[in-house]
Design a protein around this ligand. Structure first.
Ligand SMILES: Cc1cc2nc3c(=O)[nH]c(=O)nc-3n(C[C@H](O)[C@H](O)[C@H](O)COP(=O)(O)OP(=O)(O)OC[C@H]3O[C@@H](n4cnc5c(N)ncnc54)[C@H](O)[C@@H]3O)c2cc1C
Length: 372
Protein backbone atom coordinates (compact mmCIF):
# COMPACT_ATOMS: atom_id res chain seq x y z
CA UNK A 1 0.00 0.00 0.00
CA UNK A 2 2.17 2.84 -1.26
CA UNK A 3 1.06 6.31 -0.15
CA UNK A 4 -1.42 7.84 -2.58
CA UNK A 5 1.22 10.14 -4.02
CA UNK A 6 4.34 7.97 -3.68
CA UNK A 7 5.79 5.29 -5.91
CA UNK A 8 6.89 3.35 -2.78
CA UNK A 9 6.16 3.31 0.92
CA UNK A 10 9.85 2.83 1.65
CA UNK A 11 13.15 3.02 -0.20
CA UNK A 12 16.29 1.56 1.35
CA UNK A 13 19.68 2.66 0.01
CA UNK A 14 22.16 -0.23 -0.10
CA UNK A 15 21.67 -3.99 -0.47
CA UNK A 16 24.17 -5.25 2.09
CA UNK A 17 23.04 -7.41 4.99
CA UNK A 18 21.76 -4.41 6.93
CA UNK A 19 19.90 -2.68 4.08
CA UNK A 20 18.30 -5.97 3.06
CA UNK A 21 17.28 -6.72 6.65
CA UNK A 22 15.69 -3.25 6.86
CA UNK A 23 13.90 -3.88 3.56
CA UNK A 24 12.67 -7.24 4.82
CA UNK A 25 11.37 -5.82 8.12
CA UNK A 26 9.47 -3.07 6.28
CA UNK A 27 8.09 -5.51 3.70
CA UNK A 28 6.91 -7.86 6.49
CA UNK A 29 4.95 -4.93 7.92
CA UNK A 30 3.02 -4.68 4.67
CA UNK A 31 4.87 -1.77 3.05
CA UNK A 32 5.85 -1.57 -0.62
CA UNK A 33 9.64 -1.55 -0.54
CA UNK A 34 12.45 -0.95 -2.99
CA UNK A 35 16.06 -1.63 -2.00
CA UNK A 36 18.38 0.25 -4.35
CA UNK A 37 21.94 -1.00 -4.81
CA UNK A 38 24.74 0.77 -6.69
CA UNK A 39 26.68 -2.40 -7.58
CA UNK A 40 25.52 -4.98 -10.12
CA UNK A 41 24.87 -7.57 -7.41
CA UNK A 42 23.77 -7.57 -3.76
CA UNK A 43 26.20 -7.92 -0.88
CA UNK A 44 29.38 -6.69 -2.55
CA UNK A 45 30.34 -4.23 0.21
CA UNK A 46 31.35 -4.73 3.85
CA UNK A 47 28.94 -7.67 4.07
CA UNK A 48 31.12 -9.74 1.73
CA UNK A 49 34.46 -8.99 3.44
CA UNK A 50 34.16 -10.01 7.06
CA UNK A 51 34.53 -13.03 9.35
CA UNK A 52 30.98 -14.39 8.88
CA UNK A 53 30.76 -14.92 12.62
CA UNK A 54 27.41 -14.94 14.42
CA UNK A 55 28.60 -13.20 17.56
CA UNK A 56 27.36 -14.11 21.02
CA UNK A 57 27.27 -10.46 22.17
CA UNK A 58 29.82 -10.73 24.99
CA UNK A 59 31.81 -7.55 24.94
CA UNK A 60 29.55 -4.62 24.18
CA UNK A 61 28.83 -1.96 26.84
CA UNK A 62 25.74 -2.36 29.01
CA UNK A 63 22.60 -1.02 27.35
CA UNK A 64 24.35 -0.11 24.08
CA UNK A 65 22.63 -0.72 20.75
CA UNK A 66 25.50 -3.05 19.87
CA UNK A 67 24.83 -5.18 22.96
CA UNK A 68 21.07 -5.24 22.43
CA UNK A 69 21.06 -5.77 18.68
CA UNK A 70 23.82 -8.37 18.72
CA UNK A 71 22.03 -10.62 21.20
CA UNK A 72 18.56 -10.02 19.71
CA UNK A 73 19.84 -10.30 16.13
CA UNK A 74 21.68 -13.54 16.84
CA UNK A 75 18.59 -15.02 18.48
CA UNK A 76 16.62 -14.20 15.33
CA UNK A 77 19.41 -15.24 12.97
CA UNK A 78 19.71 -18.99 13.59
CA UNK A 79 15.95 -19.67 13.18
CA UNK A 80 16.00 -17.50 10.02
CA UNK A 81 18.92 -19.52 8.61
CA UNK A 82 17.09 -22.77 9.50
CA UNK A 83 13.89 -21.58 7.84
CA UNK A 84 15.73 -20.72 4.61
CA UNK A 85 18.14 -23.64 4.46
CA UNK A 86 21.19 -21.37 4.79
CA UNK A 87 24.28 -23.20 6.05
CA UNK A 88 25.76 -22.41 9.45
CA UNK A 89 27.84 -24.09 12.13
CA UNK A 90 27.15 -23.14 15.72
CA UNK A 91 30.66 -24.27 16.57
CA UNK A 92 31.09 -22.16 19.72
CA UNK A 93 33.90 -19.82 20.59
CA UNK A 94 36.73 -19.80 23.09
CA UNK A 95 38.03 -16.49 24.44
CA UNK A 96 41.50 -17.38 25.67
CA UNK A 97 43.89 -15.94 28.22
CA UNK A 98 47.42 -16.94 27.26
CA UNK A 99 49.04 -15.58 30.45
CA UNK A 100 47.94 -15.01 34.05
CA UNK A 101 47.95 -11.23 33.53
CA UNK A 102 45.00 -11.60 31.13
CA UNK A 103 42.75 -13.36 33.65
CA UNK A 104 41.14 -10.15 34.97
CA UNK A 105 40.19 -9.26 31.39
CA UNK A 106 38.54 -12.65 30.95
CA UNK A 107 36.63 -12.10 34.21
CA UNK A 108 35.50 -8.69 32.93
CA UNK A 109 34.28 -10.21 29.65
CA UNK A 110 32.37 -12.95 31.50
CA UNK A 111 30.74 -10.35 33.71
CA UNK A 112 29.77 -8.18 30.71
CA UNK A 113 28.43 -11.22 28.83
CA UNK A 114 26.17 -12.04 31.78
CA UNK A 115 24.92 -8.43 31.97
CA UNK A 116 24.26 -8.63 28.21
CA UNK A 117 22.17 -11.79 28.79
CA UNK A 118 24.38 -14.02 26.64
CA UNK A 119 23.33 -17.63 27.10
CA UNK A 120 25.51 -20.53 28.24
CA UNK A 121 28.77 -18.69 29.02
CA UNK A 122 31.19 -20.55 31.27
CA UNK A 123 34.77 -20.51 32.50
CA UNK A 124 37.22 -23.28 31.54
CA UNK A 125 40.47 -24.18 33.29
CA UNK A 126 43.64 -24.84 31.30
CA UNK A 127 42.97 -28.60 31.57
CA UNK A 128 39.41 -28.21 30.31
CA UNK A 129 40.62 -26.13 27.36
CA UNK A 130 43.22 -28.79 26.58
CA UNK A 131 40.55 -31.49 26.63
CA UNK A 132 38.47 -29.57 24.06
CA UNK A 133 41.27 -28.27 21.81
CA UNK A 134 44.53 -30.16 22.51
CA UNK A 135 46.76 -27.85 20.43
CA UNK A 136 45.49 -24.64 22.01
CA UNK A 137 47.69 -22.98 24.63
CA UNK A 138 45.71 -21.12 27.29
CA UNK A 139 45.85 -20.63 31.06
CA UNK A 140 42.03 -20.33 31.03
CA UNK A 141 39.23 -19.60 28.58
CA UNK A 142 35.60 -18.61 28.32
CA UNK A 143 33.32 -20.68 26.17
CA UNK A 144 30.47 -19.03 24.26
CA UNK A 145 28.35 -21.89 22.92
CA UNK A 146 25.99 -19.61 20.95
CA UNK A 147 28.74 -18.22 18.68
CA UNK A 148 29.10 -19.69 15.22
CA UNK A 149 29.79 -19.08 11.56
CA UNK A 150 27.34 -18.82 8.70
CA UNK A 151 27.04 -18.37 4.96
CA UNK A 152 26.54 -14.60 4.87
CA UNK A 153 25.89 -14.52 1.13
CA UNK A 154 23.24 -17.24 1.40
CA UNK A 155 21.74 -15.17 4.20
CA UNK A 156 21.52 -12.08 1.97
CA UNK A 157 20.01 -14.08 -0.89
CA UNK A 158 17.34 -15.33 1.55
CA UNK A 159 16.62 -11.75 2.70
CA UNK A 160 16.23 -10.69 -0.89
CA UNK A 161 13.85 -13.61 -1.47
CA UNK A 162 11.65 -12.52 1.44
CA UNK A 163 11.48 -8.94 0.12
CA UNK A 164 10.62 -10.07 -3.39
CA UNK A 165 8.15 -12.62 -2.00
CA UNK A 166 6.27 -9.67 -0.50
CA UNK A 167 6.22 -7.85 -3.86
CA UNK A 168 9.19 -5.70 -2.91
CA UNK A 169 12.00 -4.90 -5.35
CA UNK A 170 15.75 -5.24 -4.97
CA UNK A 171 17.23 -3.25 -7.82
CA UNK A 172 20.95 -3.54 -8.56
CA UNK A 173 23.09 -1.26 -10.76
CA UNK A 174 21.14 1.69 -9.32
CA UNK A 175 23.20 4.18 -7.32
CA UNK A 176 21.22 6.74 -5.35
CA UNK A 177 22.53 10.16 -6.35
CA UNK A 178 20.46 12.31 -4.02
CA UNK A 179 17.12 12.88 -2.31
CA UNK A 180 14.90 15.91 -1.78
CA UNK A 181 12.25 16.14 0.94
CA UNK A 182 8.79 16.83 -0.55
CA UNK A 183 6.40 19.44 0.79
CA UNK A 184 3.60 17.05 1.69
CA UNK A 185 6.04 14.54 3.24
CA UNK A 186 8.27 11.88 1.73
CA UNK A 187 11.21 12.19 -0.62
CA UNK A 188 12.05 12.37 -4.30
CA UNK A 189 15.01 10.02 -4.81
CA UNK A 190 17.29 10.47 -7.83
CA UNK A 191 19.05 7.40 -9.18
CA UNK A 192 21.81 6.88 -11.74
CA UNK A 193 23.00 3.74 -13.52
CA UNK A 194 21.70 2.49 -16.86
CA UNK A 195 18.23 4.03 -16.51
CA UNK A 196 18.52 7.21 -14.43
CA UNK A 197 15.21 8.25 -12.96
CA UNK A 198 13.49 9.91 -10.01
CA UNK A 199 11.14 7.97 -7.76
CA UNK A 200 9.12 9.07 -4.76
CA UNK A 201 8.83 7.41 -1.38
CA UNK A 202 7.13 8.09 1.94
CA UNK A 203 10.00 6.65 4.00
CA UNK A 204 13.74 6.56 3.34
CA UNK A 205 16.42 4.44 5.01
CA UNK A 206 20.09 4.87 4.20
CA UNK A 207 22.27 1.79 4.81
CA UNK A 208 25.16 2.33 2.38
CA UNK A 209 27.96 1.05 4.61
CA UNK A 210 31.22 2.81 3.74
CA UNK A 211 29.29 5.51 1.80
CA UNK A 212 27.06 6.53 4.73
CA UNK A 213 28.55 10.02 4.94
CA UNK A 214 28.44 10.59 1.18
CA UNK A 215 24.79 9.53 0.90
CA UNK A 216 23.69 11.61 3.92
CA UNK A 217 25.39 14.65 2.38
CA UNK A 218 23.29 14.14 -0.76
CA UNK A 219 20.00 14.42 1.13
CA UNK A 220 18.83 18.02 0.95
CA UNK A 221 18.35 19.49 4.39
CA UNK A 222 20.44 16.89 6.23
CA UNK A 223 22.43 18.95 8.77
CA UNK A 224 26.08 18.72 7.71
CA UNK A 225 27.31 19.02 11.29
CA UNK A 226 25.44 15.82 12.21
CA UNK A 227 27.30 13.71 9.67
CA UNK A 228 30.05 11.90 11.58
CA UNK A 229 33.53 11.92 10.08
CA UNK A 230 34.30 8.71 8.15
CA UNK A 231 37.27 6.59 9.24
CA UNK A 232 38.32 3.41 7.49
CA UNK A 233 39.49 0.53 9.67
CA UNK A 234 41.09 -1.99 7.37
CA UNK A 235 41.33 -5.60 8.53
CA UNK A 236 43.54 -8.14 6.73
CA UNK A 237 43.18 -11.91 6.81
CA UNK A 238 45.72 -14.67 6.30
CA UNK A 239 44.69 -18.22 5.34
CA UNK A 240 46.44 -21.26 6.80
CA UNK A 241 48.15 -23.57 4.36
CA UNK A 242 47.47 -26.79 6.24
CA UNK A 243 44.93 -28.67 8.33
CA UNK A 244 42.62 -26.57 10.53
CA UNK A 245 44.00 -26.93 14.09
CA UNK A 246 40.82 -26.16 16.09
CA UNK A 247 37.09 -26.86 15.80
CA UNK A 248 35.90 -23.79 17.68
CA UNK A 249 36.46 -20.10 17.05
CA UNK A 250 39.43 -18.87 19.07
CA UNK A 251 39.68 -15.22 20.18
CA UNK A 252 42.24 -13.59 22.45
CA UNK A 253 40.76 -10.64 24.45
CA UNK A 254 39.78 -7.71 22.17
CA UNK A 255 42.15 -4.93 21.10
CA UNK A 256 41.10 -1.23 21.26
CA UNK A 257 38.61 -0.55 18.44
CA UNK A 258 38.14 -4.15 17.26
CA UNK A 259 37.84 -7.75 18.37
CA UNK A 260 41.30 -8.40 16.96
CA UNK A 261 42.96 -11.26 15.14
CA UNK A 262 41.09 -14.49 15.77
CA UNK A 263 40.99 -18.00 14.40
CA UNK A 264 38.13 -19.53 12.50
CA UNK A 265 37.50 -22.53 10.33
CA UNK A 266 35.08 -21.62 7.55
CA UNK A 267 32.18 -23.77 6.37
CA UNK A 268 34.45 -25.41 3.80
CA UNK A 269 37.06 -26.34 6.45
CA UNK A 270 39.60 -23.63 5.55
CA UNK A 271 41.36 -22.11 8.57
CA UNK A 272 41.90 -18.34 8.64
CA UNK A 273 43.32 -15.71 10.97
CA UNK A 274 42.34 -12.05 11.11
CA UNK A 275 41.32 -9.31 10.90
CA UNK A 276 43.92 -6.94 12.32
CA UNK A 277 43.21 -3.21 12.44
CA UNK A 278 44.95 -0.59 10.33
CA UNK A 279 43.49 2.88 9.76
CA UNK A 280 43.68 3.80 6.05
CA UNK A 281 42.87 7.01 4.15
CA UNK A 282 40.47 5.26 1.74
CA UNK A 283 39.11 1.72 1.36
CA UNK A 284 41.72 -0.59 -0.19
CA UNK A 285 41.63 -4.36 -0.25
CA UNK A 286 45.24 -5.40 -0.87
CA UNK A 287 46.78 -7.62 1.77
CA UNK A 288 50.36 -6.58 2.54
CA UNK A 289 52.32 -9.85 2.91
CA UNK A 290 54.70 -8.16 5.37
CA UNK A 291 51.90 -8.00 7.94
CA UNK A 292 52.37 -11.77 8.34
CA UNK A 293 55.24 -11.17 10.82
CA UNK A 294 52.85 -9.64 13.35
CA UNK A 295 50.34 -12.42 12.75
CA UNK A 296 52.92 -15.17 13.46
CA UNK A 297 53.93 -13.52 16.74
CA UNK A 298 50.33 -12.97 17.82
CA UNK A 299 48.94 -16.38 16.83
CA UNK A 300 51.82 -18.30 18.45
CA UNK A 301 50.72 -16.94 21.81
CA UNK A 302 47.72 -19.29 21.61
CA UNK A 303 48.97 -21.75 18.96
CA UNK A 304 52.71 -22.32 19.44
CA UNK A 305 52.53 -25.07 16.80
CA UNK A 306 51.92 -22.66 13.89
CA UNK A 307 54.54 -23.76 11.32
CA UNK A 308 56.84 -21.23 9.62
CA UNK A 309 55.62 -20.26 6.14
CA UNK A 310 52.05 -21.53 6.73
CA UNK A 311 50.26 -18.16 6.49
CA UNK A 312 49.12 -17.02 3.04
CA UNK A 313 47.79 -13.48 2.35
CA UNK A 314 44.04 -13.88 1.81
CA UNK A 315 41.58 -10.96 1.74
CA UNK A 316 40.82 -7.70 3.51
CA UNK A 317 37.70 -5.87 4.64
CA UNK A 318 37.19 -2.28 5.72
CA UNK A 319 35.21 -1.24 8.79
CA UNK A 320 32.94 1.81 8.32
CA UNK A 321 34.22 3.49 11.47
CA UNK A 322 33.07 6.79 12.93
CA UNK A 323 35.98 7.10 15.36
CA UNK A 324 39.67 7.63 14.80
CA UNK A 325 42.65 5.80 16.31
CA UNK A 326 42.77 6.12 20.09
CA UNK A 327 39.19 7.40 20.34
CA UNK A 328 36.55 5.40 22.22
CA UNK A 329 34.46 3.22 19.90
CA UNK A 330 31.00 4.77 19.58
CA UNK A 331 27.73 2.86 19.34
CA UNK A 332 25.78 2.12 16.15
CA UNK A 333 23.89 5.20 14.99
CA UNK A 334 20.31 4.88 13.73
CA UNK A 335 19.54 8.57 13.28
CA UNK A 336 15.82 9.35 12.94
CA UNK A 337 13.84 12.58 12.88
CA UNK A 338 14.58 13.55 16.52
CA UNK A 339 18.27 13.69 15.57
CA UNK A 340 18.29 15.29 12.10
CA UNK A 341 14.81 16.83 11.85
CA UNK A 342 13.72 15.15 8.59
CA UNK A 343 10.45 13.18 9.01
CA UNK A 344 10.42 9.72 7.42
CA UNK A 345 14.21 9.31 7.27
CA UNK A 346 16.50 6.93 9.17
CA UNK A 347 20.20 7.29 8.40
CA UNK A 348 22.59 4.59 9.63
CA UNK A 349 26.20 5.36 10.54
CA UNK A 350 29.06 3.30 11.96
CA UNK A 351 27.52 -0.12 11.33
CA UNK A 352 30.70 -2.10 11.84
CA UNK A 353 30.99 -5.36 13.81
CA UNK A 354 28.69 -6.90 15.00
CA UNK A 355 26.52 -5.46 12.19
CA UNK A 356 26.08 -8.74 10.35
CA UNK A 357 24.91 -10.59 13.46
CA UNK A 358 22.73 -7.65 14.45
CA UNK A 359 21.16 -7.06 11.05
CA UNK A 360 17.71 -8.62 11.66
CA UNK A 361 17.37 -6.68 14.93
CA UNK A 362 18.55 -3.45 13.25
CA UNK A 363 15.85 -4.00 10.59
CA UNK A 364 13.15 -4.26 13.27
CA UNK A 365 14.47 -1.21 15.12
CA UNK A 366 14.50 0.87 11.93
CA UNK A 367 10.92 -0.17 11.14
CA UNK A 368 9.91 0.78 14.72
CA UNK A 369 11.64 4.16 14.43
CA UNK A 370 9.64 4.84 11.27
CA UNK A 371 6.39 3.73 12.97
CA UNK A 372 5.96 1.28 10.13
C1 LIG B 1 36.95 -7.10 8.56
C2 LIG B 1 35.54 -7.14 9.08
C3 LIG B 1 35.10 -8.25 9.81
C4 LIG B 1 33.80 -8.29 10.29
N1 LIG B 1 33.35 -9.43 10.91
C5 LIG B 1 32.07 -9.50 11.33
C6 LIG B 1 31.58 -10.70 11.90
O1 LIG B 1 32.26 -11.71 11.95
N2 LIG B 1 30.31 -10.69 12.41
C7 LIG B 1 29.52 -9.58 12.36
O2 LIG B 1 28.40 -9.62 12.88
N3 LIG B 1 29.93 -8.44 11.75
C8 LIG B 1 31.18 -8.39 11.22
N4 LIG B 1 31.63 -7.26 10.58
C9 LIG B 1 30.70 -6.16 10.41
C10 LIG B 1 29.71 -6.43 9.28
O3 LIG B 1 30.36 -7.01 8.17
C11 LIG B 1 29.04 -5.11 8.86
O4 LIG B 1 28.53 -4.46 10.01
C12 LIG B 1 27.89 -5.32 7.89
O5 LIG B 1 28.25 -6.20 6.87
C13 LIG B 1 27.47 -3.99 7.32
O6 LIG B 1 26.45 -4.22 6.39
P1 LIG B 1 25.82 -2.99 5.60
O7 LIG B 1 24.66 -3.53 4.86
O8 LIG B 1 25.61 -1.86 6.55
O9 LIG B 1 26.98 -2.49 4.63
P2 LIG B 1 27.44 -3.06 3.21
O10 LIG B 1 27.46 -4.54 3.19
O11 LIG B 1 28.68 -2.35 2.83
O12 LIG B 1 26.27 -2.63 2.25
C14 LIG B 1 26.12 -1.29 1.82
C15 LIG B 1 25.70 -1.33 0.38
O13 LIG B 1 25.34 -0.03 -0.03
C16 LIG B 1 25.73 0.13 -1.37
N5 LIG B 1 25.79 1.55 -1.67
C17 LIG B 1 26.73 2.46 -1.28
N6 LIG B 1 26.43 3.68 -1.74
C18 LIG B 1 25.27 3.55 -2.45
C19 LIG B 1 24.45 4.46 -3.17
N7 LIG B 1 24.75 5.77 -3.27
N8 LIG B 1 23.33 3.98 -3.79
C20 LIG B 1 23.01 2.66 -3.69
N9 LIG B 1 23.76 1.76 -3.03
C21 LIG B 1 24.86 2.21 -2.40
C22 LIG B 1 27.08 -0.58 -1.43
O14 LIG B 1 27.41 -0.93 -2.75
C23 LIG B 1 26.82 -1.79 -0.55
O15 LIG B 1 26.38 -2.91 -1.27
C24 LIG B 1 32.92 -7.21 10.07
C25 LIG B 1 33.36 -6.09 9.33
C26 LIG B 1 34.66 -6.08 8.83
C27 LIG B 1 35.09 -4.92 7.99
Amino acid sequence: MAGADSDFDAIVVGAGAVGLACGRALALRGLTVAVLEAEDAIGQGVSSRNSEVAHGGLYYPTGSLRARFCVAGRRMLYPFLDAHGVTYDKCGKLVVATEEAELPRLEGILNQARINDVEGMCWLSAAEVHALEPDLRAVAALVSPESGIFDSHGYMVALRGEIEGRDGAVVTGTPVLGATPLEGGGFAVRTGGRDPTTVTTRLLVTAPGLSAQDVAARIEGFPADLIPRAHYGKGSYFALNGRAPFKRLVYPPPIPGALGVHYRRDLGGQARFGPDLEYVEAPDYRVDPSRADGFYRYIRRFWPGLPDGALVPDYAGVRPKIHGPGEAQPDFRLDGQPVHGLPGLVALFGIESPGLTSSLAIGEAVADLLDA
